[in-house]
Design a protein. Sequence first.
Length: 175
Amino acid sequence: MDVLINPTWEQILERDPTIAFSFYLSGRKNVLLTIAEEITENLDQAFSGTVMDGGRLQCAESLMWLWTLGAYEVVRTMCQAKGCFSTKALERLTQLKKTLATVRMPAAKMEKPGRKAPVTSNRSPSGVDVPNKDLLVNDPSAPDVSARFVLKEFDRVVSSIAKGDVLGSHEASYS
């Protein structure tokens, strides 16, 4: 990554357009991207030897739980500010929010997404997909959702936001 000394506002926006929406949210988004790298590294390391490293897997699972909560809130905030993003960006964010909700509800609320039905607590918080060095991070009675997929999808969507996609600041969405 190139470091710019005294960058202009235009250069800052080129590098990270979400700053135009919210400096604070942009920082949180960047923290989530860093944590996603740490989760992926832990998954890679957990499955790198002949014996699975349970400590690394537990770290990946715990971080994934926290990451999911933060990622959902960041994306929810962006979706709530509908007029601040282009139609194209908002459509991608809305789809990402649905994906994150599928993962968040069982993990955070211990409920099945979309209804007041419990996800039982007599199970592991995540499933393990050994061949793909992955965690399965949704309701165990529902179709599998790959942690790696969710992490990559968040990165893909937030990284696809261009300067022209940000139409207003977070504060402006309350006017």
